[in-house]
Design a protein around this ligand. Structure first.
Ligand code: PLP
Length: 395
């Protein structure tokens, strides 16, 4: 048999296997094969309710436009249609932030935006929290960039401050409200990072995928003075409008953010024009509708289901006395395992309560001894999960 004589990318070869969710699936499958019946999956970060009517109807209308001789469209502009950028600018205005259409870059999801963004920066050390959403560390590894991990723990509420860093330029990933811990910076906590970035010449890459859940915590990094000189913001329609299966996002690069004397937005535009052909017209019309008054109201109705789940699960956890964070500003609860390792607890919860959780160690070494429960499920399933948890903890 012949073999290609080209080796794999050295960086990719060093990447650890994405073991977490495949191992969760393997153990769950094995349990079901042995025991039959069903399990409640409280481990997923995917939506459990459909997208709103306004967005769906806008996409249906846009699809028909594509079949019309007069109105069909070809390649979209790489950075997005102005109609969607204007809707995003209005979204910022509602938060008291003055943005400009040119600063907004429409993408096909925050995962790819975040995964690709550091390609346009030099190979400065990347600061990443531990535990964290795995995309930042994986893409740093693929780009051969050194990573500085900042450990979360009970003392810092899993939202470390920049105190341990030297006064030098870093690329800093912040995710608040956080996946997986559900914790969020308050304004003072976030200000510490913005002040540090301004002082050290660092850039903050701020992932606000769960900003729509922030309950009094900043829902945008630009709530902090000075952020426009140091922070790029990554925003996804996935959780705010149920777009995980539709795919749309934006990146805001403020005009004040300069690298090597050039606006960082120019570099991102250059990169995108080389490797990306834009998001489909149909999807962008859907995203525009999701940001309309009706679209927002419909999304809010759905988000209320998850928020009710957060309240029900939170009330239960408060009764147990177990340490946890999250569940207020994000639909994730990050909970200390009463005993044993993350995987030992996973197995026990699966066996005794037929609940699937996500082992904390899968998000980084500092997640060992913790597990994540997600409220992205229906209210009925969440209520059933709480009943099973009450039995499990003998309450
Ligand atoms: N950022 C964080 C922190 C996430 O948890 C997720 C998805 O779970 C994403 C980004 C991905 O968003 P998208 O669906 O827009 O790719």
């Amino acid at each position: 048999m012949s073999e290609v004589k080209i080796g794999p990318s050295k960086e990719l070869a060093l990447l650890k296997n994405n073991y977490l969710f495949s191992e969760v699936r393997r153990r769950t499958g094995e349990f079901l094969a042995e025991n039959g019946g069903e399990v409640l999956n409280m481990g997923v970060g995917d939506i459990a309710y459909p997208i709103g009517r306004s967005a769906a109807e806008a996409m249906a209308r846009a699809s028909l436009e594509m079949a019309d001789n007069e109105r069909f469209r070809g390649y979209p502009p790489e950075g997005g249609y102005v109609f969607l950028k204007e809707a995003v600018v209005c979204d910022y205005a509602l938060k008291g932030v003055k943005a400009d259409c040119e600063e907004i870059f429409i993408g096909e999801g925050s995962k790819s935006d975040a995964g690709c963004f550091t390609e346009i920066l030099d190979k400065s050390e990347v600061v990443i929290f531990n535990p964290v959403y795995p995309v930042y560390a994986d893409s740093a590894a693929m780009q051969g960039v050194a990573v500085r991990l900042l450990d979360g723990n009970k003392e810092n509420g899993f939202m470390p401050a920049p105190d341990a860093l030297e006064n030098k330029p870093y690329i800093i990933w912040l995710c608040s409200p956080s996946n997986p811990t559900g914790a969020a910076f308050d304004k003072d906590g976030l200000k510490q990072w913005v002040d540090f970035a301004l002082k050290s010449g660092s850039v903050i890459l701020y992932d606000r995928a769960y900003g729509v859940f922030a309950d009094g915590a900043p829902s945008t990094v630009y709530a902090v003075d000075g952020a426009e000189g140091c922070a790029v913001e990554f925003c996804s329609f996935s959780k705010s409008a149920g777009f995980t299966g539709v795919r749309c996002s934006w990146v805001r690069i403020p005009k004040g953010l300069k690298v090597g004397g050039r606006w960082l937005g120019q570099l991102w535009a250059r990169r995108q024009s080389a490797k990306f052909n834009g998001v489909s017209y149909v999807i962008q019309r859907g995203a525009e509708a999701a940001l309309s008054e009706n679209g927002r109201r419909e999304s809010e109705e759905v988000l209320e289901h998850y928020r009710r789940n957060m309240r029900v699960l939170g009330a239960f956890l408060n009764k147990t006395g177990i340490w946890y964070t999250g569940g207020r500003h994000s639909p994730y609860f990050w909970i200390e395992c009463p005993k044993g390792s993350s995987w030992q607890f996973f197995d026990r919860l699966l066996k005794k309560a037929r609940i699937v959780c996500t082992p904390g160690c899968g998000f980084g070494s500092a997640g060992e001894g913790f597990f994540r429960l997600s409220c992205f499920t229906t209210e009925e399933k969440c209520a059933e999960a709480v009943r099973r948890l009450e039995n499990f903890f003998s309450l």
